[in-house]
Design a protein around this ligand. Structure first.
Ligand code: ADP
Length: 169
């Protein structure tokens, strides 16, 4: 079981083995956390992303971190919320699983996630938090995982999901 903690701050500042990017299918940058990561990592990140030929929703691909304090960026493509009948929950869980699988494969020990799909992609926050926490706790990754929220309100939502999940273990 992974060790999971919830924190609040700018994910681009974290000196971890990998930060996860809430990317879009093109992997060529966008707004929100994606834009922040590309700005902080520099144009070499964009150049490496160009060579990856995009990524399907629910899947993940890895690059170096370049100018970031993090060694790697694991780009994952969260689902756009369309009301809940289009496999959104499973696709979101798959983002966390496939990102952790890459971390495991590369023997990375510290991984930080943003709140995937809860910004421009409009996934309901409480449900996204429940899925994130449950999937991370259940996944066989032998390292430390940090959920890096971006506001105290989001931090409270993910912390409460974690407390809830621990009660039911
Ligand atoms: P998505 O398209 O997957 O919804 P967004 O980037 O729009 O992705 O939002 C995902 C989450 O990332 C939101 O909770 C947003 O507040 C958060 N976020 C934005 N910038 C940062 C940052 N620099 N560090 C951590 N989280 C961030």
């Amino acid at each position: 079981m992974s060790k999971l903690t919830i924190s609040c701050g700018d994910i681009t500042r974290l000196a971890v083995d990998a930060i996860v990017n809430a990317a879009n299918c093109s992997l060529l940058g966008g707004g929100g956390v994606d834009g922040a990561i590309h700005r902080a990592a520099g144009k070499q990140l964009f150049e490496e992303c160009l060579r990856l030929n995009g990524c399907a929703t629910g899947q993940s691909k890895v690059t170096q971190g370049y100018l970031l304090p993090a060694k790697h960026v694991i780009h994952t493509v969260g689902p756009i919320w369309r009301g809940g009948q289009e496999n959104e929950a499973e696709l979101l869980a798959s983002c966390y699983r496939t990102a952790l699988d890459i971390a495991k494969e590369l023997n990375l020990k510290t991984v930080a996630f943003p709140n995937i799909s809860t910004g421009a992609y409009h996934f309901p926050k409480e449900l996204a938090a429940e899925i994130a926490v449950k999937t991370i706790l259940e996944h066989p990754f032998d390292g430390e995982v940090r959920m890096c929220t971006f506001s105290p309100e989001d931090q409270a939502i993910y912390q409460s999901a974690l407390n809830q999940a621990k009660k039911s273990v």
